[in-house]
Design a protein around this ligand. Structure first.
Ligand SMILES: Nc1ncnc2c1ncn2[C@@H]1O[C@H](COP(=O)(O)OP(=O)(O)OP(=O)(O)O)[C@@H](O)[C@H]1O
Length: 249
């Protein structure tokens, strides 16, 4: 385990920094939740783990503009994102798959993707490319959001985020409530994205999903990101699992 404050960018040697977060603070009214969160990542998959209520969703919201940071910076490539609206942040290359998927029950899969298809011509991610990544979704293309299983909804939520053709995708607990085989598809999709040059930052509380999605595991405790561990360490250590994920040995 590493103390993040002692960690330098040298730890990312071999990986150029894509996202850099420095001293990020955010909260709700007078209650500060994020307490000077700092980390950086390249084109790789990274997990943010932590027990309930530690501030993981708040971090996702502060990164993607749904919550305005009160201090600190978020830099993607050469662009400063902090303080920008969610629309601007998405346009600059950070897309978000929020917890709960937020789909429209009456729109079909095709219609969800069509809403974002404009502007994807000639780009890597088009509706057809999403159907190729998730063949299950292609079979359900004419079904409405309300008729999809949890796993299909999650695939659609990821597919929608991909159509923004961004540089990084932030996902909040994508494995929540999904059957193990569907979790496998999501894990494969994350690895494929990274292989194709898209960074993926995933909040996870599920031990298997977290450790298979990323080797780097950043630990959030009470709004602070002050430790980093690895999937290898986490798998091997029930005490870490209990402390960081609330998993009972
Ligand atoms: N809209 C809100 N207004 C006020 N407080 C909030 C709001 N959303 C979250 N909080 C508080 O902020 C803290 C962090 O919550 P957050 O949802 O970010 O944690 P989390 O690590 O994502 O947990 P979980 O996995 O349970 O969602 C909690 O104390 C929570 O009660």
């Amino acid at each position: 385990m590493t103390d993040l404050s002692a960690r330098s960018d040298a730890a990312l040697a071999g990986t150029d920094t894509l996202l850099s977060v420095d001293g990020l603070c955010a909260g709700y009214g007078a209650s500060q939740v994020l307490d000077h969160v700092s980390f950086s990542m390249g084109v790789e998959s990274v997990c943010i783990i932590g027990r309930n209520g530690m501030g993981k969703t708040t971090l996702c919201n502060a990164l993607t503009g749904l919550l305005r940071p009160t201090a600190g910076t978020v830099t993607l490539g050469d662009d400063r994102l902090d303080g920008a609206t969610p629309e601007k942040i998405a346009k600059r290359g950070m897309s978000y798959v929020p917890q709960g998927r937020r789909l429209f029950p009456s729109l079909t899969v095709d219609e969800h993707l069509a809403m974002l298809a404009k502007g994807t011509r000639g780009k890597r991610w088009t509706p057809d490319a999403v159907y190729e990544l998730f063949p299950r979704l292609a079979q359900r293309r004419r079904n409405g959001g309300a008729e999809l299983s949890g796993g299909e909804q999650q695939m659609l939520a990821v597919g929608r985020a991909l159509l923004l053709n961004g540089r990084i995708v932030v996902m909040d607990e994508p494995s929540e409530g999904l059957a193990p085989t569907i979790v496998d598809s999501l894990i494969d999709a994350v690895h494929r994205l990274v292989d194709e040059g898209v960074a993926v930052l995933v909040v996870e509380q599920n031990l298997r999903a977290a450790t298979e999605i990323a080797e780097r595991q950043l630990v959030m405790v009470s709004g602070r990101l002050d430790a980093e561990t690895t999937a290898t360490e986490l798998r091997a250590d029930p005490e870490l699992q209990r402390r960081y994920l609330g998993v009972d040995a």
